[in-house]
Design a protein around this ligand. Structure first.
Ligand code: 4NP
Length: 151
């Protein structure tokens, strides 16, 4: 079993989108049983809240279904996962602050695997959920290719 946790600030837009997109890709490739996929917030701001409606609508537009309730990342979540895939540089710093700098070998920005290493577009201020969705699809496909083929 490969344990993957997606992480963003609030866990209501980017990381639950990534969790559901990645699960959808795994389902299409008949690989769901090989992975345990979850998502978390670095903050407590939105804990207990569902996926933000515009993010949910964007997923549904592309046939990606599922639900999620925001939960805050703990040190034990980092320990228990093989990959912590964050959306931006601030998430990366926040995760490493939580771990006291430990486990950095399993923490990656999602778009690292595309070769770009920039941040996933943050829709909270831009309202551009399409751009976020496309970044996430590209990142998830590149990550899966890395895990399966080492590249
Ligand atoms: P997310 O989006 O980190 O992609 O879930 C945000 C959600 C909430 C806030 C910021 C970003 N907030 O400031 O409450």
């Amino acid at each position: 079993m490969i344990n993957v946790a997606f992480v963003c600030l609030g866990n209501i837009c980017r990381s639950p989108m990534a969790e559901l997109v990645f699960k959808n890709i795994l389902k299409e490739k008949n690989l769901l049983q090989k992975f345990n996929v979850s998502s978390f917030a670095t903050s407590s701001y939105e804990v207990g809240n569902p996926i933000y409606p515009p993010a949910k609508r964007t997923l549904e537009k592309y046939g990606v279904s599922g639900n999620h309730i925001s939960q805050q990342l703990t040190l034990s979540n980092v320990v228990c996962n093989d990959y912590i895939l964050v959306m931006d540089s601030e998430n990366l710093s926040d995760v490493l602050y939580l771990t006291g700098g430990k486990y950095s070998e399993k923490v990656f920005k999602l778009l690292h695997f595309t070769g770009e290493n920039r941040d996933v577009a943050d829709p909270w201020y831009t309202r551009n959920f399409e751009k976020t969705y496309q970044d996430i699809v590209n990142g998830c496909n590149a990550f899966l290719s890395f895990v399966l083929n080492g590249k």
